[in-house]
Design a binder for this molecule. Structure first.
Ligand code: MG
Length: 334
């Protein structure tokens, strides 16, 4: 009898499942709405435009330097609401647990999810658990829906991007991708690099009221280059990135060089890419650099006329096209 691990019985709707929910999920996430255990709950009225987002998290391994699947899932959903200009308020959480996962580890991941939610004033209003048979799941998958509110005055929209605007990033790119890669230990590499997994709410709150801030996105899966492609495609203009301006940690640069990855395609989990007119951009840069999360913020490029492409201006003065990612070089990163 493996009492320390998840069994199929923990998903069968009986006493084991009820006890698991009480011992772990209710203990960490409990609040008056969740505690009702009702089939559906009524949310309190929200004072603005109601925004919804959803995401699934399948990171492998479940623990990595700088975070774990619980914190990652909370931050990921908070950040999608944040860059859309919303304040996150509520989550729903669906946990798909693989038979055999240590109960202590599950407890730790849910505690970590709960901590990140609490720190950002988000409450979990509904939840569900399922147990997958051994071999049919990656230990733990989390599916999270986020509900937030946005003041109607916010005018962030990708189609406001025009030539002459500049592109800003709030910090070094590729940290999360490389930290997870190193945690897999499949390349015989190790290092001290940590994931940037964090809430971007402090960064966003500091700048979201600038009328000439046009668009923000968190460069997660697909990285900075994929966000640049999304901007180019949606605006019909080209995005030109300056290689020497994009902040990159030496560890990320050297791992990428060794393994042949382009760091611009690697995931971040705590960064913001913003597009703004040049005057607003310099003010955004000042505000970001004044925050610990934005110390290394930089203006990294601009929007140009001439086709919906992404161009890299290299350190040596050349210009090359960055093609769109065809397949993710690092699956199960988030
Ligand atoms: Mg996003």
């Amino acid at each position: 009898m493996e009492d320390t691990r998840i069994r199929l019985a923990h998903g069968n709707g009986g006493r084991y499942m009820r006890e698991l929910i009480i011992d772990i999920f209710d203990r960490h996430l409990g609040n008056p709405l969740l505690d009702t255990h009702a089939d559906a709950v009524a949310l309190p009225p929200l004072d603005g435009e109601v925004m919804v987002t959803t995401d699934g998290f399948t990171v492998d391994p479940l623990d990595f330097p700088g975070g774990d699947i619980g914190a990652l899932a909370a931050h990921g959903v908070i950040n999608d609401l944040a860059v859309a200009g919303a304040e996150p308020r509520h989550f729903t959480l669906s946990a798909l647990i693989e038979e055999g996962l240590e109960i202590d580890r599950l407890d730790r991941y849910i505690a970590s999810f709960a901590r990140a939610a609490r720190q950002n004033h988000v409450s979990v209003v509904a939840g569900d658990t399922k147990v997958l048979r051994r071999g049919e799941g990656g230990g733990l998958y989390l599916a999270v829906t986020g509900i937030g509110v946005r003041r109607a005055a916010t005018r962030l929209a990708i189609d406001r991007v025009t030539p002459g605007d500049v592109v800003i990033v709030s910090g070094p790119v590729g940290d999360h991708g490389v930290a997870v890669m190193l945690a897999r230990e499949q390349f015989g590499l190790s290092g001290t690099l940590r994931s940037d997994s964090a809430s971007v709410l402090p960064l966003v709150r500091a700048v979201r009221d600038f009328p000439d801030l046009k668009f923000m996105r968190d460069p997660t899966r697909g990285g900075l280059a994929t966000v640049a492609h999304e901007i180019a495609r949606a605006s019909g203009h080209s995005v030109s990135l300056q290689q020497q301006s994009v902040p990159l940690r030496p560890e990320v640069a050297s791992v990428c060089e060794m393994l042949g990855y382009d760091p611009y395609f690697l995931a971040c989990e705590g960064r913001v890419v913003a597009v703004a007119d040049p005057f607003a951009a310099s003010e955004i840069l000042v505000r970001w650099r004044a925050l610990p999360e934005g110390r290394d913020a930089a203006i990294i490029g601009r929007i140009e006329t001439g086709g919906a492409r992404v161009i890299l201006e290299t350190r040596l003065g050349g210009r090359r096209v960055i093609e769109e990612l065809e397949d993710d070089p690092l699956p199960r990163i988030c």
